[in-house]
Structure formats: C-alpha cells, structure tokens
Design a protein around this ligand. Structure first.
Ligand code: DOR
Ligand code: ZN
Length: 331
C-alpha cells in the first residue's frame, strides 16, 4: 500500500458560512488544512474590522487549533480608513466580486476603477487582492475570459499589489496567469481540475457539480492539469468548497462542498498521473510562498486506501457523494 507524508496543507479559498453550518465546515477544513483563506461573502458581508474579528472568533471557538486567514469584501462605499482598520484587525486579503457574478455578490463592484483608491491602500498595506474573475454581463462560458484584461490592468496599475485570480476554469485564464506578471497567481479547485461541463449537463442534470465559474471543456481541464503537473508555482490549491443545503442546490445555488474530500481526491489525481511527490508543493508550499507566509510545520499522512464518501453531511450533499476515492487522509 502506498503512503505519503507531507506538510499539512493550506486551502487558499474556502467558504465556511455562518451559524450552525460552521460547526460542520470548520472541523472538516481543519482536519486536512492548517490554514484556510476564509471568503467574506457572508450575510451580512465581512466588511469591517468588527465583523472580521467577530467572524474569526466564531471560527476559532469551534477549533482553537485552526488558523483562519481572514478576508474582507470590497464594497463601493468602503473608506480607505476601513481598509487600514481591516488590516490592523488581521485581514490578509480583500475580495473583489464583480457585482452579480456569484453567490451573495449583488453588492459587489461593477467597475474596479470605482475602488482604485482602496486598491492603492491595499497595495500600501500589503494586502492581497483576491478576485472572482468573471464578467457576469457576457455569455456564461465566456465570463472568465472576458475578465482577463481587467485583471491584467489591475496588475499593471498596482505593481506592488499581489493579485490572485481565483478558481481558474479556462485555458485562457490559465495562460493569462502563466504568462502574466509576477504579482499575479491563481488558485485551482479540485472540481475544475477533475471535471468538465459534461459532469453537470452531459447526462441527467447534476446540480451538485454546478459552481461558479461554471465547469468548462476538456481543453480547459487539460490546461489546468498541465500547469499543476508541471509544478508551476504560480498555481496553488484553493478548494472553493462552498456548501449549500440539498434544497438550495435543487433551486440552483452554485457551489460544491469539497472540504471533506478535496485532499484525498488530489492525492488520487497526482498518484494517477504518476506525480504523487508533487502534491506537497501544490497544497502546502506554492500558496504560502506567494502570500509570503511560513510553511506549516505540522505533517499529515495519506495512504492508498479506498473509502466511500458519505451520501450527505446533515443537509449538505458533498462533492463526490457516495463515490469511491482510492486515497485517504490518515490522521
Ligand atoms: O460556486 C461558487 N460558490 N462560486 C462562488 O464564487 C461562490 C460560491 C458560494 O459562495 O456559494
Ligand atoms: Zn469562492
């Protein structure tokens, strides 16, 4: 039986949600990840030092050993002093949601030029800019491609600002990051790495694989897999694990709850490609290096051992529900 021991990973993009759900999402995340970049699209949003501090308190109360990396949502009416206060309160990144691009983003930004002053302060304060890179005004499969020029212009205008193009889904997005400036990196989810749009609409409609950005075609998936398997350090893991109740998924909510399965699936993927030793850089090194953080010292063990993903966790149906995964996380 194959085994591997690696530094405990980080998840550079997760939705932990609020209230009762936190009691499930935090332990599922902290079991596999030392740190996670916690998305701010809660209701109400994380948009001030006090909301950020309170949200962190709720997370850490559930698992004091977990290290949530807190973010805030950029809003049009935010003041530069709010950004500085958020940094003081411990924020590591601010998230730019184009208005209407995804879950809870109607209060997002229509044109990033409207918040150029905030971006300047983020650059000064060494806050990372995390971007949901989609233009919601164009055809759904072209939304990521359409937002690339905006991201490149932000990188040019703020050369000292680290920018993360989140959950890359298209060959064009991958190319933009790979060939883009040094202050640009990208996160990759396990669902965009493994699946295509056919896993949503190729047979019976599967709402559990429906997410934003929408899964794309085989050539897009190939481009994503290529940069990951090359060990390109501009690309690192961010799960975008985003739980919704089964009822909400039936109504069309976007997001896959991958936290309980993502690390095992990644081990299966790297091993299947004969590249298991490269797993650690993707999940435990490249993201920390880009964000300028020390690597985790804790270690975690994975083994080639099959298990069946539960059909549900409470009201949430997880990614890969009821399917067999051939790798398991041991401790
Ligand atoms: O599928 C998604 N779900 N994509 C996002 O950008 C947001 C997330 C959520 O919060 O549900
Ligand atoms: Zn997300």
């Amino acid at each position: 039986m194959k085994r591997i021991e690696i530094r405990k990973p980080d998840d550079f993009h997760i939705h932990l949600r609020q209230g009762e759900l936190l009691k499930m999402t935090v332990p599922h995340c902290s079991a596999y990840f030392s740190r996670a970049v916690v998305m701010p699209n809660t209701i109400p949003p994380i948009d001030s030092a006090s909301t950020l501090e309170e949200y962190r308190r709720q997370i850490v109360e559930i698992d004091p050993g977990f290290n949530p990396l807190m973010t805030f949502k950029l809003l049009k009416n935010m003041k530069e002093s709010d950004v500085r206060a958020l940094k003081k309160a411990g924020a590591i990144a601010g998230k730019l949601y184009p208005a209407g691009a995804t879950t809870n983003s109607t209060d997002g930004i229509t044109d990033w030029r409207d918040i150029a002053g905030l971006l300047k302060v983020m650059e000064e304060e060494q806050l990372v800019l995390s971007i949901h890179g989609e233009d919601p005004s164009v055809y759904s499969l072209d939304r990521e491609k359409a937002y690339i020029p905006e991201i490149l212009e932000i990188c040019r205008k703020f050369p000292g600002l680290k920018v993360v193009f989140e959950h890359l889904s298209s060959a064009e997005g991958i190319q933009a990051v790979a060939e883009g400036p040094d202050n640009l990196a990208g996160t990759i989810t396990v669902h965009h790495l493994l699946l295509t749009l056919d896993d949503v609409i190729g047979g019976a409609l599967n709402p559990h694989n429906f997410c934003k950005p929408v899964l794309k075609g085989p050539e897009d998936r190939k481009a994503i897999q290529k940069v990951v398997l090359e060990g390109n350090r501009k690309f690192f893991f961010g799960s975008d694990s985003a739980p919704h109740s089964a009822a909400k998924k039936q109504e069309g909510a976007a997001g896959s709850y991958s936290a309980p399965v993502s690390l095992a699936l990644l081990a299966e993927f790297f091993d299947g490609c004969g590249k298991l030793p490269m797993l650690e850089d993707f999940v435990s090194r490249f993201g920390a290096e880009f964000y300028g953080m020390p690597l985790n010292e804790e270690r975690i063990e994975l083994a080639e051992e099959s298990w069946i993903v539960p059909e549900a966790y409470g009201e949430v149906i997880p990614f890969f529900a009821s399917k067999v995964i051939r790798w398991i996380v041991k401790n």
